[in-house]
Design a protein around this ligand. Structure first.
Ligand SMILES: [Zn+2]
Length: 114
């Protein structure tokens, strides 16, 4: 996969998961575009990082949404009632998944939130 293709895929996967939880307002999509652009520079410097781009874009977007006090994606998979978000695992690896670190539940692959 070329760096450009992997950036397009990363954008599509993360956008899907934003939409799945109703977070895809114009502000969040704009932050996603920023995250994709930022990782575009990164993957040009380090082509071996191509398989990790989608998971990194998701984590970058989580950070920038958190700066707006938005926790995305919210965990609805476990019994904990306090609001908490899912995390990407592995943080730098292939086949990234959303997991709930409170319960250890693997919720879905990136791009597959229901
Ligand atoms: Zn949870």
């Amino acid at each position: 996969m070329t760096p450009r293709d992997c950036l397009l895929e990363a954008r599509a996967l993360v956008l899907h998961d934003l939409q799945a939880q109703g977070f895809a307002d114009s502000g969040a999509v704009s932050l996603l575009e920023d995250a994709v652009a930022g990782r575009g520079w990164w993957v040009e410097q380090w082509a071996e990082g191509t398989p990790f781009v989608a998971g990194l874009v998701a984590q970058d977007l989580q950070d920038s949404l958190l700066d707006r006090s938005s926790r995305w994606p919210r965990c609805t998979a476990c019994d904990l009632t306090a609001e908490h978000s899912l995390s990407i695992e592995p943080e730098l690896g292939v086949d990234p998944h959303w997991v709930c670190r409170e319960s250890g539940i693997v919720v879905a692959g990136l791009g597959r939130l229901g």
